[in-house]
Design a protein around this ligand. Structure first.
Ligand code: ZN
Ligand code: ZN
Length: 151
C-alpha cells in the first residue's frame, strides 16, 4: 500500500500538487477500503479516525481533486449518492460494476470485455473511445440462491 501511495504521490507532484497529510489520510482510507464504494460522508468518518482535525470540506476538496486527476472515479449507482472509487493500476478503462437490486451488493469486473463494442463504436460512429462506465443492475448469485431456497 505504501508503494501505491508513493506512486500516487509522484503523480500528484508531476501535476503540480503536493501529498498533504490530509490527502494522504484520504488516500489511505480509499486504499484500505478499495473494494467498497464509499460516499464522501463515509470516507470523511473513516479519515477522521486517522486525522481528527480534518473537516468535511477538506475531504470533499481532496476527493474532487483526485477525481479531476482521474486517480479516483466518482460514480452513482442510481440511488442519488455519489461514491468514490479508486482506479485500478495498469488498467486503461474504468472497471464495470454489478449492482444487486435486492441486497445492494456491488461486484467489480476488472476485465474490459468491451473490445468488440468499442470497435463497432469507432468504426460505425467514427468516435474514438477513451473510457466508459458500465453498471449492470440485476440479482446477485447469493440472492438468487437464497430465493431458490425459499420457493
Ligand atoms: Zn468499483
Ligand atoms: Zn444480492
Amino acid at each position: 500500500m505504501k508503494q501505491r501511495i508513493e506512486r500516487i504521490k509522484k503523480e500528484l507532484h508531476s501535476k503540480g500538487y503536493k501529498l498533504t497529510p490530509q490527502r494522504e489520510a484520504t488516500l489511505t482510507v480509499l486504499l484500505e477500503r478499495e473494494s467498497d464504494h464509499l460516499s464522501a460522508e463515509e470516507i470523511f468518518l473513516l479519515v477522521k479516525d486517522k486525522a481528527p482535525d480534518i473537516g468535511l470540506a477538506t475531504v470533499y476538496r481532496t476527493l474532487e481533486l483526485l477525481s479531476e486527476l482521474t486517480i479516483v472515479d466518482k460514480i452513482n449507482f442510481g440511488d442519488g449518492v455519489s461514491r468514490y472509487d479508486l482506479r485500478k493500476e495498469g488498467v486503461d478503462h474504468f472497471h464495470h460494476h454489478l449492482v444487486c437490486m435486492e441486497c445492494g451488493s456491488v461486484e467489480e469486473i476488472i476485465e474490459d470485455l468491451l473490445g468488440d463494442v468499442e470497435k463497432i463504436v469507432e468504426d460505425d460512429w467514427g468516435f474514438h473511445v477513451k473510457d466508459h462506465r458500465l453498471t449492470f443492475h440485476g440479482i446477485c448469485k447469493q440472492c438468487q440462491t437464497s430465493k431458490a431456497k425459499v420457493n
